[in-house]
Write a new protein. Sequence first.
Length: 473
Amino acid sequence: MNSTWPSFANRREFLQQTGTGLGGIALSWLLAQEEARAGGTSSGQSALSPKASHFSGTARSIIYVIMEGGPSQMDTFDPKPKLAELDGTLMVRENIKSVQYSGKRYYVKSPFKFEKRGQCGMDVSELFTEVGGCVDDIAFVRSVYAESDNHPAALFQYNTGLPVQGNPSIGSWMLYGLGTENQNLPAYVVLRDGKPFGGNSSWSNGYLPAEYQGLQFRSGSRPVLNLQSPESRREQERGLDLIGALNRQHRDARPQHPDLDARIAAFELAFRMQTEIPETIDLAREPAHVQSAYGLDHDDTKAFGTRCLLARRLVERGVRFVQLWSGGWDSHDDIANGHRKAAARVDKPLAALIRDLKQRGMLNDTLVVWGGEFGRTADTNEGNHNKKTQGRDHNPHASTMWFAGGGTRGGVCVGATDEVGERAAERRCHLRDVHATLLHLAGLDHEKLTFYHGGRNKRLTDIGGSIIDEILA
């Protein structure tokens, strides 16, 4: 009997001749999975369409404030009187190797005064006199810790859960889990100037579909370029309809490229943004007293105040996640002047943001998170000690973060560091715990929010993470 099959078919020949068999089935399944992850194109729904949460959450939106450089815990919200006793004496670390701790080291007292604020009696540095007036609406965690003392790696971990590039940021995970309410604005906005340590990996979608990446707004009057078209709106609509049809035809013929949906969605969003973005970013629509409260009438607070006010307007319109950056906290030397300048830029705008959200009834479902990529050491190096320009170096073993609104308890303080603020000692909270708590407040179970990549289901909290129950309302 004649047969097209060889007498002894090897594995490659078998799969080549059974394209609709096991190999074909596996390939079809993988492509279907990728299509589904890219946004459910088979159902015609956008990847950013609103999705059901795992349970009822309290935070509809999150404003994630990043003090780039690493603010000092013992100079802001975690006073350490012991440092005043030890000031100028030699500090010795045993069995710890790091460039941050090389050579002779000397304890440094805080150059800032602390005062108890609010009904809760929270200790607050003179650096944050305005935020100090909001402490009864803020939950403080003094015992946050991580692993890396390197800026890029620490920022990756602060924003993506892991100290390496290539992973989705927490904003991307939120969009993946919840979608967004406003289809005419970017769902995930980044407010900062330039690029941080490590570039834009801090707001990357990583291995999640491209629709979930953050969009950086520029400073100034044109945060998003090329929004205005020289054509009339009707002419533009007709042209975009034709381009859209051609794009979808191109996409349908290439199911092995799920990222094409992200490109099409980006074009369509850009068109819708032409109408909504100009109104959203027009801060002149705000009353003069609101602009003044955010510090827009002073040079030192204008830049960050503008971002804070814009963040409020974005979440007010349904934007899911806003990253809000301010730098200048990397005070290796002269921390007295360095931290004073960095705090002067953000104190008033941050307090205005909390008060404004509360006054508008938005603080109940908007979570404001404050922190930096790491804390700072209790000591300084020999050179700065001798020059009397004492600073503090990177310290991933202890930092303070705070949380306002979005279902958190105001006026509470969780955890503690050791007597000099060097290490988290009581109720230690890893960054994974912080991320798990933020997802929980948004209505997402961090153990169930997974994405299959690299041969396993991955998640923001990786292999750990526990809810910080003490800060939940």
